[in-house]
Design a binder for this molecule. Structure first.
Ligand code: ATP
Ligand code: MG
Length: 441
C-alpha cells in the first residue's frame, strides 16, 4: 500500500527567492494564486479506504498540491532550463513543449529553453545531435500539429554522460516528457545529479497514450487518442454491417493496459466484443469468443471486435514471436491477426460465409494534434511542472487527481502500472454496452 512517506516530493533545498508573480498580477491580492506548502490532496477517495489504513489522521496518504509557490529555489530570469521528449509519440507533446517555454518566460522571465533532440540520445554527444534553442516565438505555432518538434528515440544512454551534458550547458532544470521508461531514466539522471551534489532539478510530465501510469489521473493525449480510435470502430461497424456476415476487427494501442480499447468502445457504442490484456479469454469451447461471435453474427448479421495490442498474449505464447525493442520493452505478438485467422478458420470449418475486415488506427491515433480538452490539460500540466521546478522540487512528475494538480515522486509512478480492473466499474460499463458475457473462459 502506498504510504504518505512514498508521496513526499524531494526538493533541492529551502526556497531563496520571491516569485515574480506579484508583478504579473499587479494590483491584485496575489496570494490567492499561490499554493500553500502545506496544501495536500487526499489519495483515497472513500471513507472506507481512509479508515482501512488504520493510521492517525496526519499519516493518511496525501499528494502534494501542484501549482505556483510564493518562494522559489531558482532565481527568476537567470535560470536555465532544458526539455527532452522520449519514447513513443502521443497527442499533445508539442502543447507541453510550448507551455513549458511560455510558462518559464511569461511567469518567471526565463526567455529561452534548450531543447534536447531525439530523446535521451540528444543528451549524449556521441549521437552528434546538437540542442536547439526554444523561445516564445519558435514555439508559437507548434501546438497546432501532432508529433514532437524535438523528435524522440528509444535506447539506453549513460546517466553520467547525460549529466555531463547538463553541466556543460549550465542547465538548472531538466523537463522530461515521456513514458514509464523515460521516467525511470529521469530518476537515474536525478540519482547521478544527487551523487555529484549538483543543484539540478529533474521534473517529468508523464506521457502515455495507454493511460497506464499510476497516480496521475488521466494522462495527456489519452482523450484525443481514444476519440480517434472510436472513429475507426464506427467505420468498422459500417463495413461489417454492409457485408454478408461481416466481422470487423479493430486493433487499438494498449500494450499492458486496455484503457484505449475500453474508452473507444464506450465512445463508439458499437463494439460487440472488447479484448484487453487484463481480461484473459478462450477462443474455442462453448463459452469461448468464437461461440459468442457466431451467436452474435447470426442474431444481428454482423459484429465488431475491438482488440488491444496486448490482448490474448497467453493464447499467443507459443506463436514464437516477440523479443525486445531498443529500450528492452517486450515486442508483443499480434492478437488481431490471430483473432482474424481463428475466425476465418472457424467459419471455413463450418462451411459458412464470413466477411472479415481489419482496421488498425494504431499510429494515426498517436500522431494527431491534441483535441481542445487535451490541449488545455497539456498546458496546465506543463505550467504545474514549471512551478514545481522553479520552487526546487525534483525527481517528480505532475498529474491531476480529482481536478487538483499534484506533484508525485517519480519512484511512486514507476513502481507499478495502472490497469483496467476486471472487477471495476469501467470494465462493467464495457460489458454492459457490448454483447460480451461476463467471462469467456
Ligand atoms: P512509451 O513506452 O510510452 O513509448 P517510454 O518512455 O516508456 O515511452 P522507452 O523507450 O521505454 O519509452 O524509454 C524511453 C527512454 O528511457 C529510452 O531512452 C530508454 O533507454 C530510457 N529508459 C527506459 N527504462 C530505463 C531505466 N530503467 N533506466 C534508465 N533509462 C531507462
Ligand atoms: Mg513505456
Amino acid at each position: 500500500m502506498v504510504t504518505l512517506a512514498d508521496l513526499q516530493v524531494k526538493t533541492l533545498g529551502a526556497p531563496r527567492f520571491d516569485s515574480p508573480l506579484a508583478s504579473y498580477v499587479e494590483g491584485r491580492a496575489t496570494n490567492q494564486y499561490y499554493v500553500a506548502e502545506s496544501d495536500r490532496i487526499l489519495m483515497d477517495d472513500t471513507v472506507e479506504l481512509v479508515q482501512g489504513r488504520e493510521v492517525p489522521w496526519e499519516e493518511i496518504a496525501t499528494f502534494e498540491a501542484g501549482g505556483p509557490r510564493a518562494r522559489l529555489y531558482f532565481p527568476p530570469r537567470s535560470t536555465r532550463a532544458a526539455i527532452v521528449t522520449c519514447g513513443g509519440l502521443c497527442p499533445g507533446l508539442n502543447n507541453v513543449i510550448r507551455a513549458v517555454v511560455r510558462a518559464l518566460d511569461d511567469h518567471y522571465g526565463v526567455p529561452e529553453v534548450l531543447g534536447f533532440r531525439n530523446g535521451y540520445a540528444g543528451l549524449d554527444p556521441a549521437s552528434g545531435l546538437t540542442p536547439v534553442v526554444l523561445t516564445r516565438d519558435t514555439v508559437a505555432d507548434i501546438h497546432e500539429r501532432g508529433g514532437t518538434v524535438l523528435g524522440s528515440s528509444r535506447g539506453a544512454r549513460d546517466p553520467g554522460v547525460m549529466v555531463d551534458t547538463l553541466v556543460r550547458h549550465g542547465i538548472d532544470i531538466l523537463f522530461v516528457v515521456g513514458g514509464d521508461g523515460s521516467m525511470r531514466g529521469a530518476h537515474v539522471i536525478h540519482e547521478e545529479i544527487e551523487r555529484r551534489g549538483l543543484e539540478i532539478a529533474v521534473v517529468g510530465v508523464p506521457k502515455t497514450i495507454d493511460n497506464d501510469i499510476p497516480h496521475i489521473g488521466q494522462s495527456f493525449g489519452f482523450q484525443t487518442a481514444f476519440a480517434k480510435a472510436a472513429e475507426s470502430i464506427t467505420a468498422a461497424k459500417v463495413e461489417a454491417q454492409g457485408a454478408l456476415n461481416g466481422v470487423a476487427v479493430v486493433k487499438t494501442m494498449g500494450r499492458h493496459a486496455g484503457f484505449i480499447a475500453c474508452y473507444a468502445a464506450l465512445a463508439a457504442q458499437t463494439a460487440s466484443f472488447v479484448l484487453i490484456p487484463e481480461v484473459p479469454f478462450a477462443m474455442g469451447g462453448p463459452n469461448g469468443l468464437l461461440a459468442h461471435l457466431r451467436r452474435r453474427v447470426s442474431d444481428r448479421g454482423y459484429a465488431v471486435i475491438v482488440v488491444a495490442e496486448g490482448a490474448a498474449q497467453e493464447l499467443l505464447a507459443e506463436a514464437g514471436e516477440g523479443g525486445t525493442d531498443a529500450s528492452g520493452n517486450a515486442v508483443l505478438a499480434d492478437p488481431a491477426r490471430y483473432v482474424l485467422e481463428r475466425i476465418r478458420a472457424d467459419y471455413a470449418a463450418r462451411d459458412e460465409v464470413v466477411t472479415l475486415r481489419y482496421f488498425d488506427p494504431g499510429y494515426t491515433i498517436r500522431s494527431v494534434p491534441a483535441d481542445p480538452a487535451d490541449a488545455v490539460y497539456c498546458a496546465r500540466l506543463a505550467q504545474t511542472a514549471v512551478h514545481a521546478a522553479m520552487s526546487g522540487r525534483t525527481d517528480m512528475v505532475v498529474g491531476r487527481r480529482r481536478h487538483r494538480f499534484v506533484n508525485v515522486p517519480i519512484p511512486a509512478v514507476t513502481q507499478r502500472s495502472h490497469n483496467v480492473s476486471p472487477d471495476g466499474d469501467l470494465w462493467l460499463s464495457v460489458l454492459e454496452s457490448t454483447a460480451q458475457p461476463l467471462s469467456m473462459t
